[in-house]
Design a protein around this ligand. Structure first.
Ligand SMILES: Cc1ncc(COP(=O)(O)O)c(C=O)c1O
Length: 500
């Protein structure tokens, strides 16, 4: 099957690319040599507006079964390849959103297709064990070859989970357990603690807190949601905790013109963090941990300097709080380093680093001190999925073999430079271009313009995502090359040139 897919693909990739020859293309991007890719299409191809008639009919059908308020269109994953997503109406789009940033090496990558058909892996796909009690005999070896081979500095332990939220949720629990054991000086609870916890009362259910940042996103489960502050839609009507929320720096761009202002802004936020830690301790709700994204993603691609994060980490240490870096969206290579926190250049970046999305499995790395003292304290039925480790091993092989992190750095430069040029050309529409690797964003003048640009660009064959109030975010796969960046920039320029 895989070979017939590949040959069909090869035939398609030889078709001429009509779109790029279209008139009205004023952004003159220097054409990088197109990589010879055996398994990818060479351009978008649009047959209908998106969603097309078939997607609309399927949305109607699904609407009778589920809420479809967030469904954009239906996809044909069999026909999708590399950086191109094909929809149910046969439209082929260059995908710079990649399933909310969760596709590491493109659609139907041959290395992954091969892994599924390898008999050696069959048992991992067919049997999904309860990993916390009955792990497969090769589990330690598989963790070493996949997750531990890319462990952040200072961390030799990893706990797998299913998704981003359940990784963070359990990481928070690990921080609370660690904090409480540290505070009582033993991991043996008192009789009072044991009896009160069963009725949601103290001292067994202590009033501890986690400090998070305005604009942060850490998931939608109840604990995570208490630290999520990106959009009202996530939070409305859901009870929450009284936990401290600090301001996240709002940097001004271009960075080189606002060095002093941005340094002051970061200092202001750090001061607020310390004030909140003190205030919550006085309130009787001590901060057990601080959680932060290296780049606030859902909240609008808000960046801060390495200096900010290093100082924040020091504040956590000084006040005895665990420091949790949420790399669910930034991890896996998209910033040009495997972990975004590597850009901070410090040996002791965190106590906990959580991940999911491009890593295919969820989970969190942690320092030795955060190992729970008993079984079942951090636990659920599956605790991950060994078949995802099989895929992750293949993904890591491809990343290493094809030097994809260098590729991300190169294509990210082209993408960001192109965004700088477009914002200079259309200053009434675009501003604040920013990014690290291909993890880039640009702001539209308002939310209506942003939403319109997303739809117009999609109809021309490029899939993008929004974030924050009016930002457009770019989240291509790691196989996104300079050639794809030029392809996007040309199409985006077409859209902008038609925009009033
Ligand atoms: C930084 C961050 N943390 C946590 C999550 C939650 O992950 P999931 O949607 O897999 O629960 C997300 C999802 O977008 C995220 O971006």
């Amino acid at each position: 099957m895989a070979s017939s897919l590949l040959s069909r693909q090869l035939t398609r990739s030889l078709r001429p690319n009509l779109h790029l020859a279209a008139p009205g293309c004023r952004y003159v991007s220097k054409t990088a040599a197109k990589p010879v890719s055996e398994f990818e299409y060479d351009a978008p191809s649009m047959k209908t507006p998106v969603p097309g008639p078939k997607s609309k009919e399927l949305t109607r059908q699904l609407g009778e079964i589920q809420n479809v308020g967030a469904v954009n269109f239906f996809c044909n994953y069999e026909e999708s390849r590399g950086n191109y997503l094909v929809d149910a109406d046969g439209n082929r789009m260059l995908d710079l959103y990649t399933q909310i940033s969760s596709v590491p090496i493109g659609y139907n990558h041959p290395a992954l297709m091969k892994a599924v058909t390898n008999p050696i892996h069959l048992s991992a796909f067919v049997n999904r064990p309860a990993l916390g009690i009955l792990p497969p005999e090769n589990f330690p070896e598989k963790l070493v070859e996949s997750l531990l081979s890319i462990a952040p500095t200072g961390m030799t332990r990893v706990q797998t989970m299913a998704c981003g939220s359940c990784s963070n949720e359990n990481a928070y629990k690990a921080m609370f357990i660690w904090y409480k054991n540290k505070e009582r000086g033993t991991n043996s609870p008192s009789a009072d603690e044991v009896s009160s916890c069963m009725i949601n009362q103290g001292p067994g259910c202590p009033d501890l807190s986690i400090l998070s940042f305005m604009g942060g996103f850490h998931g939608r489960t109840l604990g995570c949601l208490a630290t999520t502050h990106s959009k009202v839609i996530h939070k409305l009507d859901i009870p929450s905790f009284d936990w401290p929320i600090a301001s996240f720096p709002r940097l001004q761009y271009p960075l080189e013109e606002f060095v002093r202002e941005n340094a002051q802004e970061e200092a202001r936020c750090l001061e607020e963090v310390e004030d909140l830690i003190v205030k919550w301790r006085q309130k009787g709700k001590p901060v057990a941990g601080i959680v932060v994204e290296p780049i606030q993603a859902e909240g609008g691609d808000n960046h801060a300097s390495p200096d900010f994060f290093i100082k924040l980490r020091n504040i956590a240490r000084k006040h005895g709080c665990a420091f949790h870096v949420d790399e669910v969206q930034t991890g896996g290579g998209t910033t040009g380093k495997f972990w975004a926190h590597e850009h901070w250049g410090t040996d002791d970046p965190a106590d906990i680093v959580s991940f999911s999305k491009k890593m295919l499995t969820g989970g969190y790395y942690h320092k030795d001190e955060l190992v729970p003292d008993k079984g079942y304290r951090i636990f659920n039925t599956w605790m991950g999925d060994p078949s995802k480790n099989v895929f992750l091993t293949e993904v890591l092989n491809v990343i290493r073999r094809e030097n994809l992190l260098d590729e991300v750095t190169r294509s990210g430069k082209v993408l960001l430079q192109g965004l700088y040029e477009l914002q200079a050309q259309y200053p009434h529409i675009l501003s604040r271009a920013r990014g690290q690797g291909t993890f880039c964003a640009v702001d539209a003048r308002d939310d209506v313009t942003r939403d319109n640009l997303l739809l117009k660009t999609r109809d021309k064959g490029v899939l993008l995502g929004g974030c924050g109030d009016r930002s457009i975010r770019f989240r291509p796969a790691l196989v996104f090359k300079e050639y794809h960046a030029h392809q996007f920039l040309n199409i985006f320029n077409d859209v902008l040139s038609e925009y009033k």
